[in-house]
Design a protein. Structure first.
Length: 161
């Protein structure tokens, strides 16, 4: 089997990364960060990528022309909101890109690890040595209850144990 993910992530580096993420979150403490439920997200006005320029231009217009605003909207808050939206977009873009790369790398690494574990499991069926049998039986739990599988022609193939 050819592996495409190489490298290591020692516990100390993992811990340093997690601490770095905690520091990033602390650096954003001036913002009241929120966690929204799916129903809350659905109720909000959407200002996604398609309407980003509308939001930016509308806030620019409002900040340059405070007379357009209703009495309950503070012009200084409009300027702050514009800056917040722009800066959050930059930070979110950077973190999203890193998160996506990390997620894809983890998926590929797990897939490769699964293939190695599956190979070890299949080969352990052939060797009935003491010590291997116990490990094989633990691995066999992964496939318990799956029954027999059918191939493309509809013939039953034996269960992978």
């Amino acid at each position: 089997m050819v592996t495409t993910i190489s490298g290591t992530l020692p516990d100390t580096e993992r811990d340093a990364f997690v601490e770095g993420v905690n520091q990033l979150e602390a650096a954003l403490s001036s913002i009241d960060m929120v966690t929204l439920s799916l129903s809350e997200v659905r109720r909000l006005s959407k200002a996604g990528p398609a309407s980003a320029s509308f939001v930016a231009e509308g806030l620019e217009l409002a900040s340059r022309n405070p007379a357009l605003l209703t009495a309950d909207i503070n012009p200084d808050e409009v300027k702050e909101k514009l800056q917040l939206v722009r800066n959050l977009d930059v930070v979110n873009s950077a973190l999203s890109s890193l998160g996506e790369k990390l997620a894809h790398t983890a998926i590929l690494a797990k897939s490769e690890a699964y293939e190695i574990a599956r190979t070890a499991y299949l080969l352990s069926k052939r060797k009935k040595k003491s010590g291997i049998i116990e490990s094989h039986n633990k691995l066999a739990l992964r496939f318990r209850g799956q029954g027999k599988r059918k191939d493309a022609e509809g013939s039953v193939k034996p269960q992978a144990e």
